[in-house]
Design a protein around this ligand. Structure first.
Ligand code: UD1
Ligand code: CA
Length: 456
């Protein structure tokens, strides 16, 4: 079997994005374009991946870490010059090299695989992934001879009026015989309108050497979208979002309004779960089976069990168990762990808190830095007073206890197992197990007082 390598072009500034952020680090469905591309070449089985870095080299390397090797292109003299920077790493190896741009996040691994197969089947030295575009403006055009063989690629800015009418475009993804690629790269000149060393010129060089050049046309032009500006970025987002939604629907997830639902590329969702309009699922979230995720819920990097209902709530970096209900209008902040058959009702905020199985916080509460056992009832408006302006303190509420409405639990404090806190109490001392604690002023009624005041 031939060896497969990949070169990912990611050194450009991306001037047309008009951004402080380097182009390939812009996100599509919550993941940088570059990571999408590297995921794809990894899936194809590239043994070695070399990412060409220049602008923002450190940030790019931080993002990919050891998933890739790197070659530095200090001056961005063009795509051929960029690939040439990988010479020291790959130049002497025998095999096939896939070259991909860091700004084409939609090219599927499957398409890359077919490109590689076509390359092998046609014994080509170079194979170009092409697409047929309704509006090819901005892309390099594929020029073919009378027999239909690829002659060369002409860039938009160098194309004649007739050449500009060609609708077959260069996707920027190619595979090459590795040794032929690096030999040809050294012959590329920059005598064109942009004064750049163009990678597509390698095609003409190899062709003139009598080598076989192939082209593999994808029938899905949308795949080949290259993101050069924010308009294309939003188009890529829309296309990727559709692709992700369809993947989940094929897996048995009901999405009421896919165009109004935002699911990150890495989210996992169990079957028979229903997502209602306006749902946003970000990061590496995992949602179980038979859940109902109600309108406008925003779930980020969180894990939700099976048969759980979330309504119009925000959940971040937290875990929610099975058969639990959340919301409407609850806010579960990072490092919270909510058990099974639990209930979190409206206007409840929970932060860095463990809430045990079958425990309920039904209305208008704040629990921060708390450990709450099982079958606990937190009454309406009860809160943990966890912060003295400098430090945070822990509140422990043991199993089967009952915290009455509007109580303040001044941390650090423990409410013992099976105990009761009377409504309206301000609790400053630990409450022993199985006790009733009342911490409020005793009520006094002054009968006849109104008449005595003689206000009427
Ligand atoms: C390129 C192709 C064009 C193709 C299009 C597909 C060239 C000359 N043109 O045009 O035929 O239709 O992609 O999307 O190759 N980069 C570097 N170093 C450089 C220049 C660019 O690493 O010196 C990287 C960029 O970061 C980017 C990629 O190469 O990821 C492509 O560069 P870009 O400037 O976007 O090329 P296009 O004009 O889109
Ligand atoms: Ca581009």
């Amino acid at each position: 079997m031939t060896h497969t390598y990949a070169v990912v072009l990611a050194a450009g500034q991306g001037t047309r994005m008009k951004s402080k952020l380097y182009k390939v680090l812009h996100s599509v469905c919550g993941k940088s374009m570059l990571e999408h591309v590297v995921d794809h070449v990894q899936e194809v089985g590239a043994e070695r991946i070399v990412t060409i870095v220049g602008h923002g080299a450190e940030k790019v390397q931080d993002k990919l870490g050891n998933r890739s090797e790197y070659a530095l292109q200090s001056d961005q003299l063009g795509t051929a010059h960029a690939v040439l920077q990988a010479d020291a790493v790959l130049g002497k190896l025998a095999g096939t090299t896939l070259v991909v741009c860091g700004d084409t996040p939609l090219i599927r691994p499957n398409t890359m695989q077919e490109l590689l197969k076509h390359h092998q089947d046609t014994s080509a030295k170079a194979t170009i992934l092409t697409g047929i575009s309704e509006d090819p403006t901005g892309y390099g055009r594929i020029l073919r001879d009378e027999q239909g063989y690829v002659k060369r690629i002409v860039e938009q800015k160098d194309a004649s009026v007739d050449e500009q009418k060609v609708r077959e475009i260069n996707s920027g993804t190619y595979c090459f015989d590795n040794e032929a690629l690096f030999a040809a790269l050294k012959l590329v000149k920059n005598d064109n309108s942009q004064g750049e060393y163009y990678l597509p010129d390698v095609i003409e060089i190899l062709k003139n050497q009598g080598e076989i050049i192939s082209a593999y046309a994808t029938n899905d032009f949308e795949e080949t979208l290259g993101v050069n500006d924010r308009i294309a970025l939003s188009q890529a987002e829309t296309l990727m979002r559709k692709r992700i939604a369809e993947k989940h629907m094929k897996n048995g997830v009901t999405i009421i309004s896919p165009t109004n639902t935002y699911i990150s590329a890495d989210a996992i969702i169990g079957y028979d779960t229903v997502l209602e309009p306006g749902v946003i699922i970000e990061g590496a979230s995992v949602i179980g089976e038979d859940c109902l995720i109600g309108p406008n819920s925003h779930i980020k990097d969180s894990k939700i069990g099976n048969r759980t209902t979330v309504h119009s709530s925000v959940i971040t970096l937290s875990t929610i168990g099975d058969d639990t209900t959340v919301g409407p209008f609850a806010h579960i902040r990072p490092q919270s762990e909510i058990g099974n058959e639990a209930k979190i009702g409206n206007f409840v905020e929970i932060k860095k808190t463990k809430l045990g199985n079958k425990s309920k916080v039904s209305h208008l509460s704040y629990l921060g830095d708390a450990e709450v056992g099982e079958r606990v009832n937190i009454g309406c408006g009860a809160i943990t007073v966890n912060y003295d302006g400098k430090n945070k303190f822990l509140t422990t509420i043991e199993d089967d206890s009952f915290v009455g409405c509007n109580s303040n639990l001044i941390a650090p404090v423990t409410i013992g197992q099976g105990s009761y806190v009377a409504a309206g109490s301000t609790i400053t001392k630990n409450v022993p197990a199985q006790s009733l604690s009342i911490g409020r002023a005793r009520q006094e009624n002054k009968e006849g007082y109104v008449e005595k005041l003689n206000l009427k």
